[in-house]
Design a protein around this ligand. Structure first.
Ligand SMILES: Cc1ncc(COP(=O)(O)O)c(C=O)c1O
Length: 440
């Protein structure tokens, strides 16, 4: 009997992966992968930050702020020109008239998240949208009022949920239920959510879950979450900040009630840019839903009659409050046009391979100090890998920064790195791991 029969299950999975992908730990292999990458030209369509000598940084931070497409400047310049030349008439006569400008973004945005156009709108910012959606979909009663979040939810989501509970007169400590990983584990298990719902379901009014966890990179089965939540009569909402443009969440088919995401991460639309909002078609014509209303959500035919009774536009558009900032929308339009040209299928295919190569190289580092906490199953993650480093502190991140490697440090000991398929190369990934190895 050979030694192969004595390896652990994890080692076996790893060996199978190497055999399947036939990856090699050499620069020549990474360069050969780039040469045959059908999306390789897209890298040239982005501004890659450079050091003082003109050398490109290794940018692995698209999970925080995506890079700038070169075309963005032209899109914004077009609107600046139309504003300069037309003033207020730009609302009707601009090349892309400002009055319906947000509509130019809807179809491409809907394709990216797997929604119908009536279900999607771009407006406000992420936390604002989460609040507006909770105004509509968190309707607690005295007995059914609890909200489930994941224990490692992004702080803003947690604050939003806590403040919604308080707003309705509940104590957040009592009203918020946390879906936690088990002792000694990092990832969430669906059976634990199911058990929580079985125990407390009659008291739960809402599940508000990050579809791709910002810390671990775990991509949760949102269709299953919706099924479990709905079975207990709860509403289900998803924060897709780390999902939009990264994974394919098929929002319509997942049947979640609502979702929201930002566009400055994988959607490359600029710092603090506007956010996306999804409301499932099943709620599109429900005029009785509570909502905080504004004139941009009012029926377009009569909006300028300055009528007094609010008549919501059917679908997600009715959650709009104000007329939107066109300059920020122009940056989103530039990015979405590029996404439409590439298509999420091609992007996701490259992403799975690029991240698998990244994972392979990290696992080749000869040390027990590092552990990837992101799921190894490509269907349970996007492009981000979260690497836990034993006995490390932020100085490791600083060492990488000194080498112009931009990743993201999360206390106490995790480096988050996202090889983004639109602009990262296999060579980037190879060089990044090579430098990480030296730092360790
Ligand atoms: C998961 C998640 N939720 C909420 C936010 C907050 O986003 P915003 O500042 O656009 O409201 C972020 C920001 O990175 C995030 O990652």
């Amino acid at each position: 009997m050979t030694d192969i029969f004595f390896i652990t299950k994890m080692e076996y999975v790893f060996l199978v992966k190497i055999a399947l992908h036939m990856f090699q730990n050499t620069l020549a292999f990474a360069q050969a992968q780039d040469a045959k990458d059908p999306l390789k030209n897209y890298r040239t369509k982005f501004h890659i930050p450079k050091d003082a000598d003109g050398n490109e940084w290794l940018y692995f931070c698209g999970n925080s702020l995506g890079l700038q497409p070169k075309i963005t400047q032209e899109y914004i310049q077009q609107e600046l020109n139309d504003w300069a030349n037309l003033g207020v008439e730009g609302h009707f006569d601009a090349k892309n008239p400002w009055m319906p400008y947000h509509e130019f973004l809807t179809e491409n945005m809907a394709k990216i998240v797997g929604a119908k156009p009536i279900e999607v709108v771009i407006m406000n910012t992420l936390t604002t949208n989460l609040h507006l959606l909770m105004v509509s979909f968190y309707q607690p009663t005295k007995t059914k009022y609890k909200i489930v979040i994941e224990s490692d939810a992004f702080p803003s989501d947690r604050y939003a949920v806590e403040s919604q509970l308080k707003f309705h007169g509940f104590d957040p400590k009592e009203g918020m239920l946390e879906w936690k990983p088990r002792e000694g584990e990092e990832l969430l298990r669906m059976e634990d959510l199911e058990a929580m719902l079985n125990e407390h379901g009659d008291k739960i009014a809402l599940l508000m879950i990050g579809g791709v966890n910002y810390y671990t990179g775990q991509y949760l089965n949102i269709k299953k979450i919706a099924e479990l939540g709905h079975a207990k009569g709860a509403m289900v909402g998803i924060d897709l900040a780390h999902g939009a443009g990264n994974i394919q969440p098929n929002l319509h088919d997942s049947n979640v009630d609502f979702a929201a995401w930002c566009t400055y991460k994988y959607l490359n639309s600029g710092p603090g840019s506007l956010a996306g909002l999804f409301v499932h078609e099943k709620h599109a014509h429900n005029k009785e839903l509570h909502r905080f209303a504004g004139w941009w959500g009012h029926d377009k035919e009569t909006r300028f009659n300055m009528r007094y009774d609010f008549n919501p536009i059917p679908g997600a558009e009715s959650w709009q409050l104000s007329n939107p900032p066109i300059l920020s929308m122009a940056a989103i339009k530039a990015s979405l046009d590029m996404f439409n040209e590439v298509g999420m299928d091609a992007l996701r295919e490259k992403s799975k391979n690029l991240t698998a190569y990244f994972e392979y190289l990290i696992n080749q580092i000869d040390t027990h100090r590092i552990k990837i906490i992101t799921p190894s199953n490509p269907e349970e993650r996007g492009c981000q890998l979260s690497i836990q480093v034993e006995n490390a502190d932020k100085s490791l991140h600083q060492q990488l920064l000194d080498k112009h490697i931009i990743s993201d440090w999360r206390e106490p000991d995790v480096i988050r790195c996202a090889p983004v398929p639109l602009y990262n190369s296999y060579e980037d990934v190879y060089n990044m791991v090579d430098e990480l190895k030296k730092c360790l």
